[in-house]
Design a binder for this molecule. Structure first.
Ligand code: 3PG
Length: 213
């Protein structure tokens, strides 16, 4: 199951690709740094092309499509070879469309009501977004007080970074975190893949440290 791969990775880089030529070297740097699950967001026109190039040329990478807001993006993500889709919010119509084509979908929630609706559609894994602004680790722990018994798992994203990711991953139900901090915009624009690989390595070391503690 693809969400088990998310959990195993622990940290998922959220990627915004402007230049499709950078997709493959970027993915190689992230995988070399120990992060193999990549969320390529549909915020730029070349997202689908980036996913299919990475899929073709970086066999170690597990591809998720991010910011999937429409049925067209859902189809494009599937055609490109994404194994899962992620969204910042919860849209039952998109979740249903994903379920109809057998695409694992992780919607964003930021409240008990949205979480209830996601669970009632049979989802077991949700993004918590925007994590820091919505209340951070404390808010998730409070939600878990009521929802832990359901077995729900969280992927907080939004304001998660090197300095606070360990606090999130210390909560057992937070199986992974997403974020853009591993792929800084300026480093990607400059083609500084060594920097990105070292940020990925730092992130994967953090996951290992927490899990071995
Ligand atoms: C996302 O869509 O997951 C967020 O844009 C990531 O948020 P961040 O830039 O704060 O990591």
């Amino acid at each position: 199951m693809v969400f088990e791969k998310f959990a195993k990775a622990g940290i998922i880089p959220v990627i915004v690709i402007e230049d499709v030529e950078k997709a493959v070297p970027l993915a190689k740097a992230l995988v070399a740094g120990g992060l193999d699950v990549l969320e390529v967001t549909f915020r730029t026109a070349c997202a689908a092309e980036a996913i299919s190039r990475i899929k073709r040329e970086v066999p170690g990478a597990v591809l998720a499509a991010g910011t999937v807001l429409t049925k067209e993006q859902l189809s494009a993500a599937r055609l490109a070879g994404a194994e899962a889709c992620v969204a910042p919010g919860f849209d039952p119509a998109i979740v249903r469309a994903a379920q109809e084509i057998g695409m694992p979908f992780c919607p964003g929630v930021a409240s008990a009501s949205e979480l209830s609706q996601a669970l009632s559609m049979g989802l077991k894994m949700v993004k918590f977004f925007p994590a820091e602004s919505a209340g951070g680790v404390k808010y998730i722990k409070d939600l878990l007080g009521a929802f832990r018994w359901t077995g729900v798992k969280f992927m907080p994203t939004g304001g998660v970074k090197a300095s606070n990711v360990a606090d999130y991953l210390a909560v057992p139900e937070i199986v992974c975190c997403g974020g853009t901090w591993i792929v800084p915009k300026d480093a990607l624009a400059a083609g500084d893949f060594a920097k990105i690989e070292s940020l990925a390595k730092e992130a994967s070391d953090t996951v290992r440290r927490i899990r071995n503690a």
